[in-house]
Design a protein around this ligand. Structure first.
Ligand code: FES
Length: 341
């Protein structure tokens, strides 16, 4: 027997469709034109997640990186792994427009500029304006770029918000011998065409209803710049926004002017850079980012934390949150590894 399912979205819209016996929810949604964002289809990336609000369901496989035990207890689910056993309703905390527009697409852009913004970081600027249709993605998501002249693909978060001109930015960490790093250093020229797939990833800014804590490690800043650009473009938000930015050395801090500019554009914006190396000239915060969270302040009001950085940073922040038992707050994170760049 088919079951009736409702998908409701953050903008208040709802889609209804039928699910065949034993059919995966994602397949049923796609068959009915509800294009939920997806990536792995294997229960690992977490991109297709929502929350079941009523009805019975089972999930085939859920990787602990995609949903935690706490998430599962809150009936969060992965559409690509869910089968319904009754009529059911699900909630997705993004706008319904994303489901009609944001299918994974093959695109390309022309290099207009490469700017080295620190000894270890460059910003790659692409112009994809020859495509009249705006590339839709959510601030925080990423694209998989093909490294020109090779078969390699590397993933980078968009460092700006979606825009009608399709002007795109990516922060690129320059590794001693990375495929993309070597291309940027040695062969990249204005006018080069770079192919990419986008949008990808479950790390994106949800509706802002609570104070925001944004935590960047190294070039993890890229995704958070996209979110901050979006908030600034909207004229700010009703909630305080605090950006923590951890790097090893002072020289690795980049886009500081842009970050300070957010102070003028986003009310109640705070910025805390943290340096982990022992740098005698640095007068700001030292050590690791979680050492500078204010537990008492964070306990006052539940918050949404967005964290993008290397795995040790993600793990240390998760441990800190668990120790503090800040269970009413939400943590959204994206881990990246250097060999992925
Ligand atoms: S698409 Fe990756 S978990 Fe469903």
């Amino acid at each position: 027997m088919n079951h009736k399912v409702a998908f409701s979205f953050a903008d208040g819209k709802t889609s209804f469709f039928e699910v065949k016996p034993n059919e995966l929810l994602l397949d049923a949604a796609l068959r009915n034109g509800v294009n939920i964002p997806l990536d792995c289809r294997e229960g690992v990336c977490g991109t297709c997640q929502g929350r079941c609000e009523s009805g019975q369901y089972t999930q085939d496989y859920v990787d602990e990186e995609a949903l935690s035990e706490q998430d599962l207890a809150q009936r969060k689910m992965l559409s690509c792994q869910t089968r319904v056993q009754s009529d059911a309703s699900f909630y997705f905390d993004f706008d319904s427009s994303l489901c009609s527009a944001a299918r994974l697409e093959e695109k390309s852009g022309i290099v207009t500029h490469v700017e080295q913004v620190s000894p270890t970081t460059a910003i790659l600027y692409l112009d994809a304006s020859f495509d009249a249709r705006q590339l839709d993605f959510l601030p925080g998501q990423y694209a998989r770029l093909h490294v020109p002249g090779t078969d390699a693909k590397r993933s980078y978060s968009f460092a700006n918000r979606p825009n009608a001109e399709n002007k795109l930015q990516f922060l690129i960490r320059l590794l001693p011998n990375g495929m993309m790093s070597n291309y940027i250093r040695e062969r990249c020229r204005v006018g080069d065409e770079i192919h990419f797939e986008a949008p990808l990833g479950a790390f994106y800014m949800r509706h802002i209803e609570r104070p925001l804590i944004l935590v960047a490690g190294g070039t993890g800043l890229s995704a958070l710049l996209g979110m901050l650009d979006e908030i600034a473009e909207r004229g700010g938000c009703t909630q305080p926004v605090h950006l923590f930015y951890g790097v090893r050395q002072v020289a690795e801090l980049c886009e500081l002017e842009r970050i300070h500019d957010y102070s003028a554009r986003i009310p109640h914006f705070r910025f805390t850079p943290v340096i982990s190396d022992d740098d005698q000239l640095w007068e700001g915060k030292r050590g690791y980012v979680p050492q500078h969270f204010d537990g008492a302040e964070l306990r006052e009001v539940p918050f949404d934390m967005y964290l993008c950085g290397p795995p040790p940073m993600v793990e240390s922040v998760k441990s800190w949150l668990q120790e503090q038992e800040l269970n009413d707050s939400n943590l959204y994170f994206e881990k990246f590894t250097e060999n992925a760049t």
